[in-house]
Write a protein that binds this ligand. Structure first.
Ligand SMILES: *Cc1c(COP(=O)(O)O)cnc(C)c1O
Length: 471
């Protein structure tokens, strides 16, 4: 399998070449040259597999530069009951007739990003070891991504993590999760400023190419192809749990921000998994809902990006969306480049409403969308608690509300549960008047010793810190 860029650079790359990279050199995103097709016989064979076995079979279709025995061992070591809480890894439960919740948030940081990041940690350690190289991951987080990255990379050989976060602005639980890590390869940098300052610092450091090369700076953001690929696995696992045979269709609803999670659903569907509809659920930051309703993709300004109670979906643009648009326009790289570099670059928007391909987003590709508000989240959390004695988090609530707007008779609807309610306790208290239960392993983490340094919001201070700690 070779990988191409959505913007048309002629070189084709192999999996391990793009594993440690972000964007392609031409500014595009990597995608496989084709989506391997799974036929009925393959589905029948995969139905009986355990999660790590399924992950190995699926990854093998996309990775041909890691020996099979090694890849199998990596999958087995990643997806264990110790790390993800159950042997099913992503257990499915029926909430009401035909509506299911697929639990993706029982990993170390209680959000779905662990599903991919845990695999990435093991793939990075493997590949860096093979090359005899080191990598220093620099990131910015307002919560979920940073903690998932730190828990995936802690103790990994050849990897250090430098994670900037806005000082005092993450929830006490999120701060405790990250700052209580004592691993010497994990560095928490609390920056005096807001999340945007952290992102600006990461950009400034990464665009200093000499520094970047000298200190081997890398990232683990959501455009990484390996992260997306890892997420494809749980669409298959959810399908098998919701159906008794492979002639059935299911639909998925996916709480969405950067379009990484639901893009994995698009890949699964493109491989032939019988998915009828992929419902994109957004909060008030409805860039994606607007596109699927109108054909207009419009990046929001900072002033037009809302801080909501489902904060992991508070995005101004959807960084993985270009992957889907590339497929939507018939894999035409020149057209993709014209949309994302040309029109988006100069106007901050593009409009496909008059383009015949737009109808295919819903038709051929099965996409639908809905948008929720804070009031919707509170109502859905209350209703789910009252009628089903089930506590859901704010992102999953956005999903459940959207799911109910797109039900089809006889087609199971699987809502992806992307976080546990304890991570967003404030809103649960607002909805229900009491805080959610906390998993035993997180009892008292606020009282643990903390490993974090305060730095001013400037790139030079962060560079100096990195230089000091890379020796
Ligand atoms: C990151 C995240 C999302 C959004 O996922 P995307 O891949 O960015 O669309 C939704 N819910 C939670 C809890 C998250 O952490």
């Amino acid at each position: 399998m070779r990988y191409l860029s959505t913007r048309g650079q002629p070189e084709r790359r192999r999996f391990c070449e793009i594993l440690l990279e972000g964007l392609a050199p031409d500014g595009g995103l990597y995608l496989p040259e084709r989506y391997p097709q799974v036929d009925a016989a393959t589905l029948a064979k995969w139905r009986g597999l355990s999660y790590p076995e399924l992950a190995f079979e699926l990854l093998s279709l996309y990775i041909d530069d890691i020996p099979a025995a090694d890849l199998k061992a990596i999958c087995a070591k990643t997806y264990t009951a110790e790390i993800f809480g159950t042997a099913e890894i992503v257990p499915l439960r029926e909430l009401e007739d035909g509506v299911y919740l697929e639990a993706l948030s029982n990993g170390p940081t209680l959000a779905f990003k662990d599903m991919a990041m845990q695999l990435l940690g093991n793939l990075f350690e493997y590949e860096l070891g093979r090359r005899g190289e080191e990598l220093n991951i620099l990131g910015a987080t307002s919560g979920d991504t940073g903690s998932a990255a730190e828990y995936a990379m802690r103790g990994k050989k050849g990897v250090r993590v430098f994670m900037t976060s806005p000082d005092g602005r993450m929830s006490p639980f999120q701060q405790a999760q990250m700052f209580s890590l004592q691993d010497p390869n994990i560095h928490n940098l609390a920056v005096t400023g807001v999340f945007d300052d952290c992102q600006d610092i990461v950009k400034a450091v990464s665009s200093d190419l000499d520094f970047k090369r000298k200190y081997r700076i890398g990232t683990v953001n959501s455009i990484n192809w390996a992260r997306l690929l890892a997420q494809v696995v749980y669409y298959f696992a959810g399908y098998f749990q919701a159906t008794g045979s492979n002639d059935k269709q299911v639909s998925f609803t996916v709480p969405s921000g950067n379009f990484g999670n639901v893009c994995a659903g698009h890949v699964a569907r493109s491989m032939g998994l019988p998915i009828r509809t992929l419902v994109v659920a957004t909060n008030e930051n409805d860039v994606l809902d607007e596109f699927f309703r109108t054909g207009v993709y419009r990046v929001r300004s900072a002033a037009d990006t809302h801080e909501t109670s489902s904060p992991s979906m508070d995005i101004s643009k959807a960084s993985n969306f270009e992957r889907f648009v590339f497929d939507l326009v018939g894999r035409d790289a020149a057209k993709t480049r014209a949309l994302f570099e040309g029109e988006l670059g100069s106007n901050g928007r593009f409009d496909l409403s008059a383009d015949p391909v737009f109808a295919q987003a819903a038709g051929r590709f099965g996409f639908a969308s809905s948008r929720s508000t804070h009031a919707d989240r509170l109502a859905t959390i209350r209703d789910t608690d009252k009628r089903f004695a089930t506590l859901i988090d704010t992102h999953t609530a956005d999903g459940l509300k959207a799911a109910r707007e797109h039900l089809a008779p006889g087609v199971p609807m699987i809502v992806l549960e992307t976080a546990l309610p304890i991570k967003f306790a404030e809103t649960i208290v607002e909805a229900l008047g009491h805080a959610p239960d906390r998993p035993a392993r997180f009892e008292g983490i606020e009282a643990l010793p903390r490993r974090v340094v305060q730095l001013p919001a400037n790139a030079e201070a962060v560079k100096a810190y990195i230089a000091q700690h890379c020796a």
